[in-house]
Design a protein around this ligand. Structure first.
Ligand code: WTA
Length: 637
């Protein structure tokens, strides 16, 4: 038998089949027929799903491609995601259902019904209104994982404003940049949050960022940690003070929005320049995320859903806050570190709250796996029926550990491939899909993917190529805020003729039609599942006084998936040493955030560049890995 044959047999024998119980209870029992239908008649399929939501006015047209690639969905429809996520549940028994269970790192707990959640949202919405927030404004939110984060997001949207959530792990420069790009007048933040037993000083970072942000007029601060913070007269208000005023009435009408009105922007790292603010909208996004959440995780009313992502990233937007609430689920949210005070923290919460579905990242799994099986073994995890993974490819070793030790060999793992740009799951199994560890399996309904070579032709089974999405889906971002041209150039231009979307990832499809996503092929780095751009890291590096030029690359890392390695050319006459290397690491961390901290700093005399002056990062990478440097014909010597 040839070696190749052996490999594919090994892959085939790796199938994990769902139990009869899972199959017989699943919303969708036959993937193939529903998938076929969704591709043959996508408009019919999506219209049927959209009808399960409440609309203020029904759409005139499901899909409009007259101005490609600026596609529109549910044109003419009037809706607001808050109406479907909260208001409509208040008319049913779900009014008294638990909407959110939240646990702070120190152990404090808050439990809120849909009724209580609605009151908090209304009060906050009225506070925002009193601060002059209008329909169409973009409010920047910079908070730890506390209930007020989700409440503020929903309050903005309720009154027709959009939000821009900046991940609480980002630092001064990153926050200031995002405030400026969103042109925000109002910032909502907190004094701090708890992480590994320590206070993260968000308000100081926010203050510094606001010093660089002339657009901010009002800053509302939630008191979480109670440590001393500086409050600026006339600009800074405590959230609890405002919530105690008569203006903060618990009744507030939900604004009627157009299906294509902006819901939120979320900045994400791209290949060049500043992070781009992707624009998501009310209609298509809620149809797509609610449908994918319901079918992929087989959501039932009795579920307790825990998406352990931070709301500051797209996973937290789509699958912690929005789609689970639209589906009327009970959501779990936790503030702090998974291993604080001990590595059983998560497993303890699964047991304590009876979590039925856990959705997290390979990095988190690898991080907890390292502490050993004894930690999950101390807990009764039998409430779990499904598991999920997102953010980066999951290595089969972590998959098997998760499946065996957390899922007791009975919980299927939904490995979901998607992006900030796609809004929701694009490649993922259903609970009934036979699984192969490390493969995100098949395209979701309405999604058509291809893996192609340099010339745009499909590669053979098992071969690696570029991943493209062959048709638009309702949840996709509509544009980049203020820069539609960049949206078109980045995603649609290369395959404009075919109308394909460029994902920026490489992948292969095996003989069984299973898709294996390999990783980014552009200058985006995934560190611990978090998305960063080489351009951002490089811009932070050259803002260090002694660095004149710099390049950043990703190299494999056992826990983080990838780690950032940087190469610096210093100004003439300056000599680099270990002390400076450490100082540069600290500098990057304080400019962007701890997630961007370089693993290693190297000093070089020159960087490999093309004749036109572009840094050839792939050459640096090949050299670091000791592999073939590939085609060097464009390298300037
Ligand atoms: C990577 C996160 C393999 C991929 C939702 C993608 C994955 C990028 C997976 C988007 C997965 C995400 N398997 N790779 N299941 N999920 N990725 O925008 O490289 O933060 O392009 O969205 O994460 O990252 P983003």
């Amino acid at each position: 038998m040839s070696d190749e044959k052996k490999v594919s047999n090994a892959e085939a024998s790796e199938f994990f089949y769902p139990s009869d119980e899972i199959v017989s209870n699943a919303h969708i029992k036959d993937y193939d027929s529903v998938y076929k239908r969704s591709i043959e008649d996508p408009e019919g399929f999506w219209a049927e799903e959209a009808e399960k939501l409440e609309w203020f006015r029904k759409w005139d047209k499901v899909f409009d491609d007259s101005n490609a690639p600026f596609y529109k969905w549910f044109v003419g429809g009037k809706i607001n995601i808050v109406h479907n996520a909260v208001d409509r549940h208040l008319k049913t028994w779900r009014r008294n259902k638990i909407a959110m269970i939240w646990e702070g790192e120190p152990g404090d707990v808050k439990v809120m019904s849909y009724h209580a959640l609605n009151r908090e949202i209304c009060k906050t919405a009225n506070v925002l209104k009193s601060m002059g927030v209008n329909k169409g404004d973009i409010v920047t939110i910079y908070m730890p994982q506390i209930p007020e984060l989700a409440i503020t997001m929903l309050a903005c949207v309720k009154i027709g404003a959009a939000h821009s959530v900046v991940y609480g792990g980002f630092s001064v420069e990153a926050l200031a940049d995002r405030i400026a790009s969103a042109n925000s007048r109002v910032l909502v933040t907190a004094d701090g949050g708890w992480r590994r037993g320590k206070v993260t000083d968000l308000k100081s970072i926010a203050n510094e960022a606001m010093d660089r942000s002339p657009t901010i007029e009002v800053c509302i601060t939630v008191k979480r940690t109670g440590h001393d913070v500086h409050m600026e007269n006339d600009r800074d208000f405590w959230y609890h003070d405002l919530m105690a005023l008569p203006i903060a009435s618990p009744r507030c009408a939900t604004e009627v929005m157009d299906a294509e009105d902006m819901l939120f922007i979320l900045f994400t790292s791209g290949t060049t320049g500043k992070p781009k603010g992707l624009v998501h909208t009310h209609g298509g996004y809620q149809v797509f995320t609610a449908t994918s959440h319901k079918y992929v995780f087989d959501i039932k009313d009795e579920d307790r859903w825990w998406c352990a992502a931070d709301p500051g990233w797209i996973t937290g937007h789509s699958y912690l806050v929005y789609s689970p609430l639209v589906n009327g689920s009970t959501i779990m949210m936790y503030e702090g570190a998974p291993n604080h005070p001990y590595p059983n923290r998560w497993w303890n919460m699964v047991e304590k709250y009876g979590i039925t579905i856990l959705y997290t990242s390979p990095t988190a799994i690898r991080g907890l796996m390292r502490f050993g099986d004894q930690w999950p073994r101390r807990h009764d995890l039998s409430s779990l029926r499904l598991l999920g993974s997102v953010g980066e490819p999951i290595n089969p070793e972590a998959w098997r550990w998760y499946h065996k030790n957390i899922g007791a060999d009975k919980c299927p793992i939904m490995d979901t491939w998607w992006q900030t740009e796609t809004g929701g799951f694009m490649i993922c199994p259903l609970p009934v899909t036979p699984l192969k560890p490390g493969s995100a399996t098949k395209p979701f309904f309405g999604v058509q993917v291809g893996v192609i070579d340099e010339d745009g032709n499909e590669v053979a089974a098992g071969e690696e190529g570029k991943l493209v999405i062959k048709r638009p889906t309702p949840g996709m971002a509509r544009t980049i805020l203020g820069d539609p041209e960049r949206y078109e150039d980045t995603y649609w231009k290369e395959y404009a003729e075919q109308g394909w979307y460029k994902a920026g990832d490489s992948a292969r499809i095996d003989e069984d039609g299973y898709i294996w996503v390999i990783g980014r092929i552009d200058d985006v780095i995934k560190v611990s599942g978090y998305r960063l751009g080489t351009a951002e890291v490089e811009s932070a590096l050259v803002s260090y006084p002694d660095v004149s030029e710099a390049a950043a690359i990703a190299l494999p890392h056992e826990l983080k998936g990838n780690a950032i390695h940087v190469y610096c050319i210093l100004k003439a006459g300056v000599k680099g040493d270990q002390k400076m290397a450490n100082d540069i690491k600290k500098h990057v961390s304080s400019e962007i955030g701890p997630i961007a901290k370089p693993e290693e700093v190297h000093f070089l005399e020159s960087l490999p560049k093309t004749r036109s002056g572009k840094i050839m990062r792939r050459v640096l990478k090949a050299r670091a890995l000791g592999i073939d440097e590939g085609d060097l014909s464009t390298l300037e010597e």
